[in-house]
Design a protein around this ligand. Structure first.
Ligand SMILES: [Ca+2]
Ligand SMILES: [Ca+2]
Ligand SMILES: [Ca+2]
Ligand SMILES: [Ca+2]
Length: 346
């Protein structure tokens, strides 16, 4: 049986509700009414704008030197009648404003982009290695901080990964990782990584959940984007981000064969009994870096599947989705085409 996590949580909620309603009639009835998302967003938007208009950060600190840390970012509340001190900038004058639609509600979120980073940008389904500190807009309380790098999968698959809040899936891919790192006395120093702060409404965070200590908290995350890895949740060769066919930054609503297993966790996306992996053409590239060779540029619809390095020789296996009958639908999504590339090549 394929498990749908959303349905599973609904099921648990239903069981809980039934359990609560079956309690002794003398006990008070526990009723949990979730706030309306649109109304909550209006309140949250006001609180965040108020926060950004009454707090400044130490901007001049970041004008010199490199590889600043998230702990270097100091946000201070402006006192009544006080001007923003020299060397500091009001957050409202420094942040980028972004908009997004999530669960049919329009949201704004804000990014203070201190360093873009010079590596590559992760995709919204990838695993990111980050350092961060999360606090609440309302009371400034730090509810989570990771000074030691932590690996997080941005989108959970409900089986072995659990994903981050929506805001992270939107913000992290807009930053780049480091270019690499050096190890100095056992300490790993990353070079030119993404550094920023995000200000997000509860609707793009935990909403009614109490992960932060209370419900409907608007959150601030200072973060460093250090490294990333491409995630292919079902291991079928198509990275999860590329299984978001309608490019709406959700992998849960793309289900080509309508069997209720979205493509990113479906091993046979078109249900033609040839697995997705077998409908992809494999290529093995050998790159001899001793001879100054450089890595191949991959075609559209071609993805790295594995790589190994031995004595300066890199072996890269890629898989490529083809449209053999030229009807505009790639073979692995076209149940009329059932070529098994692994069968024919062996
Ligand atoms: Ca996949
Ligand atoms: Ca989608
Ligand atoms: Ca499916
Ligand atoms: Ca198939």
């Amino acid at each position: 049986m394929k498990i749908n996590t959303f349905k599973l949580s609904l099921f648990i909620l239903t069981v809980l509700t039934v359990f609560i309603s079956c309690e002794d009639d003398d006990l008070p009835t526990i009723t949990f009414v979730e706030e309306d998302r649109t109304e909550q967003q209006m309140k949250d938007s006001d609180s965040i704008i108020d926060y950004l208009s009454t707090h400044y950060y130490n901007s001049s600190f970041f004008e010199t030197g490199t590889d600043h840390k998230y702990t270097d970012i100091i946000i201070t509340e402006l006192q009544a009648g006080e001007d923003v001190p020299e060397g500091s900038t009001l957050l409202m004058d420094a942040v980028e404003t972004h908009t997004t639609e999530f669960l049919e509600v329009d949201y704004e979120y804000y990014i203070l982009r201190i360093n873009q980073g010079a590596g590559e940008a992760p995709k919204f389904t990838d695993l990111v290695r980050v350092r961060y500190e999360g606090s609440s807009v309302e009371d400034g309380e730090v509810f989570d901080s990771r000074i030691t790098p932590l690996d997080l999968t941005l989108v959970g698959n409900g089986f072995n990964t659990f994903g981050t809040i929506r805001a992270w899936q939107l913000v992290m891919p807009s930053f780049n990782t480091s270019t690499g790192f050096s190890i100095d006395n056992g300490v790993v120093n990353y070079n030119n990584f993404g550094l920023g702060v995000m200000f997000v409404p509860s609707g793009l965070a935990y909403f009614s959940g109490i992960t932060t200590g209370s419900s409907y908290d608007n959150l601030i995350f200072k973060f460093e984007m250090l490294q990333y890895e491409t995630v292919d949740d079902d291991g079928d060769g198509i990275p999860s981000y590329a299984e978001d066919l309608d490019a709406n930054l959700s992998v849960f609503d793309d289900d080509s064969d309508e069997d209720e297993a979205p493509n990113f966790i479906d091993l046979d996306d078109d249900d033609d009994d040839v697995s997705t992996f077998n409908e992809l053409e494999q290529t093995i590239y050998t790159v001899d870096t001793n001879m100054g060779e450089s890595e191949p540029t991959l075609d559209d619809n071609e993805y790295e599947y594995s790589r190994s390095t031995d004595a300066g020789i890199i072996t890269i296996t890629t898989v490529k989705a083809l449209d053999t009958d030229g009807n505009g639908v790639l073979d692995y999504l076209d149940d009329e085409v059932t070529i098994n590339y692994n069968e024919t090549s062996s």
